[in-house]
Design a protein. Structure first.
Lengths: 183, 101
């Protein structure tokens, strides 16, 4: 613990808050752009940018394997699929109003904003208990490929195999759902 | 000094709420789908932040499985969108109400 504290006060990590605020501004901007832009292709590109920012956060949090997976799985596989479907359906800008502003929508949005304000208030004011007040640095070495592999192939072996089955079922289901005619 | 945990939690809450608002106000079903992905990612960020703060690998293992489920969800969800578009020629969420009572 003492060596960890020493390391975190050394000069090598001074840029982290700067990097955090830069990435946070980027992440919020891209997320808002995704929600408000009328063209779904622009929304998809913004979301890809958001995923890259999140990968940056994962690196800040020393989760190296998940940062790589975030780019490979989310920005790579899933978003390529989404962009592919947008192109396939030939969706342009929406002519009809892109936003629903009914009574219930306004109430829901108001509740969501109130909820996030409450959460921010709590995060700022609540004194966290001891283990959570430590530096993020305490988790160094947890997210390496070696540590993740050891956990996934010992304690989480059964869920890992189930995940394989889930992906197989999803692939078969997707093929059947998107097929032209069920016979 | 490094970044304190509440910053990550606050950012995650903000991203999640942006996703919620997107699901509420957008009409394009693909954009709604992307907002759901954004919400999943916000939760992943919370899990990794806690995992790093506690030095505990279980949170990151959970994120791994969330990613796998998100991939499966993307495949099936987009297949449903394609099937719906083939039948109704629309991606407007207000026109998709055949399962509504």
């Amino acid at each position: 613990m003492s060596s960890i504290a020493q390391h975190s006060t050394s000069g090598t990590v001074t840029f982290e808050p700067l990097l955090f605020f830069f990435l946070a501004a980027m992440a919020v901007t891209t997320a808002v752009m995704m929600v408000v832009h009328r063209n779904p292709v622009v929304s998809a590109i913004s979301l890809i940018g958001n995923f890259f920012c999140l990968a940056g956060f994962y690196l800040l949090l020393r989760a190296q394997l998940l940062a790589v997976l975030q780019i490979a799985v989310y920005a790579g596989a899933i978003m390529v699929l989404v962009v592919f479907v947008i192109m396939l359906l030939n969706l342009g800008e929406e002519q009809s109003p892109a936003f629903r502003l009914g009574f219930r929508t306004v109430i829901g949005t108001g509740l969501a904003i109130g909820f996030v304000l409450e959460m921010l208030y709590l995060f700022v004011l609540t004194p966290f208990t001891e283990p959570l007040r430590r530096d993020i640095q305490a988790g160094a070495g947890v997210g390496t490929v070696e540590a993740m592999g050891a956990a996934l192939f010992s304690r989480y072996l059964f869920p890992l195999e189930l995940t394989g089955m889930l992906l197989l079922a999803a692939v078969i289901g997707a093929v059947i759902l998107a097929k032209k005619r069920l016979t | 000094m490094s970044v304190p945990l509440p910053y990550f939690l606050s950012l995650s809450a903000v991203l999640f709420t942006i996703g919620v608002i997107g699901v509420l106000i957008r009409r394009n079903v693909i954009v709604v789908f992307m907002c759901i992905e954004l919400m999943l990612n916000a939760v992943n960020l919370t899990l990794i932040a806690f995992s790093s703060a506690l030095g505990d690998i279980n949170g990151q293992a959970l994120v791994f499985f969330v990613m796998a489920v998100a991939a499966a969800e993307a495949a099936v969800g987009l297949a449903i969108v394609i099937a719906l578009f083939r039948n109704k020629q629309t991606v407007n969420i207000d026109d998709m109400n055949i399962l509504k009572w």
